[in-house]
Design a protein around this ligand. Sequence first.
Ligand SMILES: Nc1ncnc2c1ncn2[C@@H]1O[C@H](COP(=O)(O)OP(=O)(O)OP(=O)(O)O)[C@@H](O)[C@H]1O
Ligand SMILES: [Mg+2]
Length: 465
Amino acid sequence: MNLSIQRRLVGSYLLVTCITVLILEIFLMVVVNYYYQHNVERILMNQGELSASFFQQYFADEDLAEQSERLLRGFAQNSGAQVQIISTSGELLQDSTGLPSSISMVSSQDVRDASQGIVGHWKGRDPVTEEPILAVSYPLVAQDNTVGIVRFATSLTETNRTVNQIMILLMVIGIIVIAMVALLSLFLSRTITKSVKDLKRAADRMTEGDFTARAHIRYRDELGSLAKTLNMMASKVVQNEKLKNDFISSVSHELRTPLTSIKGWVITLKSNGRGSNPLLHEGLDIIESESDRLTEMVDELLDFAKLDNGRLTLHRIPVQVSELLHQIGKQLAPRAERQKIAFEIEVHERLPGITADLNRLKQVMINLIDNALKFTEPYGRIRVEAEPAPGGILIRVQDTGAGIGEEELSNVFNKFYKVDQHASGSGLGLSISEQIVKLHHGEITMTSQLGEGTTVQIFLPSEVS
Ligand SMILES: Nc1ncnc2c1ncn2[C@@H]1O[C@H](COP(=O)(O)OP(=O)(O)OP(=O)(O)O)[C@@H](O)[C@H]1O
Ligand SMILES: [Mg+2]
């Protein structure tokens, strides 16, 4: 999840920077290239213009071919460029780099333009050396007639090299900028994803029921305020939970006293009214068993409140599980027989002893077997098994009863949850059992198939640290 947020953030940052850098670089490269070439051209044009006006002022009356050598010397004096003097027909009269032995013609576009009386520009490659060349030709005017052409040409190799170097530099700078943005955005997005991760971790723990979990508030931004809200919500849940538990435990405490007194009076009345009215006797029996049932339920509620508040502590002693199971078996066998359910207990002969709270463990086993008996029809079958497992023991309670649907199975360990709301019981048995097993650092799991039966498995470690 977080990875994709980070990827998205870094990706969009990079995309924007890449596009910006690319546009900027292209623009800069075009500008730099234009600037350098333009500069070279301007210098050549200055010299051409100067030379042309110089000719017009001082040599207009002379014959061009005769004076060409002197002219060339004057023109070439202050120029690093190649200077050529060309006749209007294109014949090369003088060349600052030395004249070819035979008569040669210059016919590039700039010369043709100049022979028409306009300033000519030409960019191209030297036919011999393949060098890039920039040339500017000016008409030499005498009495409003073009009598010749002066041509300034220079190689662009040096300029192009400089431009190339600048482009490489620009590209390197661009790459550095992109790399820096990538690093920065990675760092920036991490601050966001870290907060999100924190939030998720805290929320996950809260979903698992641990409301002591708190989201870490890193920054005072929206995520920070979300973390604050989440924390506040958790505190509220804890508060409500405590309120509920306090209510349950005070009510069940209050109920206990009248129940004890009812039970006491029933016993007194029974022992005094022996042999008298059988209806009265039957009534008293019912009152006694019902008040027993009520006491059990109140005790369960009290246990539950204690467990939930973390006030329940275990009194661990060495326990022989086989003994415990057989004892419970004896206690519940009559009920199984009454319900016509086959009830068997099978304990592995080399079952290791464990340290556990004997009474609480008994409570768990009775809860589980009670459930099995409650949800199994006559002629069904209940099996309790115990066997050694790595690091502890496994106890299984298996029945061939009603079973639980897949959707309900994840809820049965919840407090007050019953598949059938109208069934007897408070829906606390499994919840309490789970907490007791957890206090023993064990594990309880349930598998069930609707209409086939249910298996509850408990793992208990032999040594509890
Ligand atoms: N062996 C089982 N077979 C079928 N359903 C079961 C079995 N054990 C538990 N259940 C379902 O899980 C629910 C919760 O069980 P739990 O023991 O927590 O509560 P309860 O038995 O209804 O009440 P209590 O145990 O508090 O008297 C039951 O109501 C029942 O719907
Ligand atoms: Mg139960």
